[in-house]
Write a protein that binds this ligand. Sequence first.
Ligand SMILES: Cc1cc2nc3c(=O)[nH]c(=O)nc-3n(C[C@H](O)[C@H](O)[C@H](O)COP(=O)(O)OP(=O)(O)OC[C@H]3O[C@@H](n4cnc5c(N)ncnc54)[C@H](O)[C@@H]3O)c2cc1C
Length: 398
Amino acid sequence: MDMNLSPEDAAFRDEVRAFIADKLPSEIKRKVETGVKLAKADFVRWQKILFEKGWIAANWPKEHGGTGWTPMQRHIFDEELAAGSTPMLIPFGLHMVAPVIMAFGTEAQKSHYLPRILSSEDWWCQGYSEPGAGSDLASLTTRAVADGEDYIVNGQKTWTTYAQHADWMFTLVRTAGEGKPQEGISFLLIDMTSPGISIKAIRTYDGGAEINEVFLADVRVPRANLVGEENKGWTCAKFLLGHERTGIAAVGRSKKQLARLKEIARAEQSGGRPLAEDPRFAERIASIEIDLMALESVVLNTLDEEARGNPPGPGSSLLKIKGTEIQQGLTELLFEAIGPYAAPYIPEAFEPGWNEAPIGPDYAMALAPTYFNWRKASIYGGSNEIQKNIIAKMVLGL
Ligand SMILES: Cc1cc2nc3c(=O)[nH]c(=O)nc-3n(C[C@H](O)[C@H](O)[C@H](O)COP(=O)(O)OP(=O)(O)OC[C@H]3O[C@@H](n4cnc5c(N)ncnc54)[C@H](O)[C@@H]3O)c2cc1C
């Protein structure tokens, strides 16, 4: 694949860059740049700006309100979003459940849910994992029992990112107990305002509260909310995970972090010279940059395949592993670059309205929490060990 920008692509990049510079609210940009927590309203506000421009669903087909962009345009768009310090697009609706609804949903489900995802009217969360079912997802025990026009759902989900904000949860539930564990699972959409749902936050060791436990006690869910066939939800689940893993590669965000790392390494001193001139540190930066360039070419190939009608398959596990190793490697180098200034822990500094002087340089404040937060990347979306098993079996045929 030719990675040089054609004149049309360069013009497209300039158009996206100018749009972001013009339309991204400065207070949101500042929050992203300084690591201050974004409120739900910040994410939604930015997503609505993109929606109004017609740019919210770069990965959707045109018939459903997508952009119809080429793989290269989608890649450029992602890069510009990251470079422009925009909030990340919440993937659960746009990138995860929407492709499943398009592929397996009824016409009624498509016409109800897809426009609401596009306009950010509904915020979605992912109810896959359970206390006893993570890597071994097929052992999940949350049960849905048919009762007239409804299912009655009982069980518990966990690690549910942003459940506290969600209007809807797409979830895997057990609808049959016989046969292989994968065969009795169904894919169900649950309204988070349904009676019987309760949410408990899980605190993470960077001080954040992104993830939750979700308890379901006799929750009535219309059978019309089943996507695909009953007991065939595993097919939807796997289809969705392929999309989730491709998105996790996040090349644009890593490029932004790399640029930041280089800037900090030029500003920090080591042995009387800029850290960037320390041969050991410079070598580590170069090594991660080379990995990132290689990952970028694989992502572009994957997007190209997708555009030809070949959805991401088990190969997307490679993107997940390499993408998250790079993300974690960058946060490690950033953390090391600031040395002792990584130590102060001031959680209030990341809440809106904090205006004390930082300890150390401005850029130091968010680096330690970011480092701790990103340990999650090799776990979520299916742990990296499991991705290696998938590659061994499904790609290498071992
Ligand atoms: C920050 C964060 C956000 C998340 N958000 C969501 C969400 O929104 N929705 C959702 O449904 N889930 C979410 N998850 C859950 C995530 O998908 C699971 O944590 C993950 O699949 C691992 O499952 P587990 O935590 O049960 O660990 P386990 O499956 O118990 O694994 C523990 C360890 O053993 C290793 N291991 C397990 N089995 C094997 C094997 N066969 N071979 C080799 N090694 C193995 C794993 O790699 C891991 O290191 C999130 C997780 C995190 C950390």
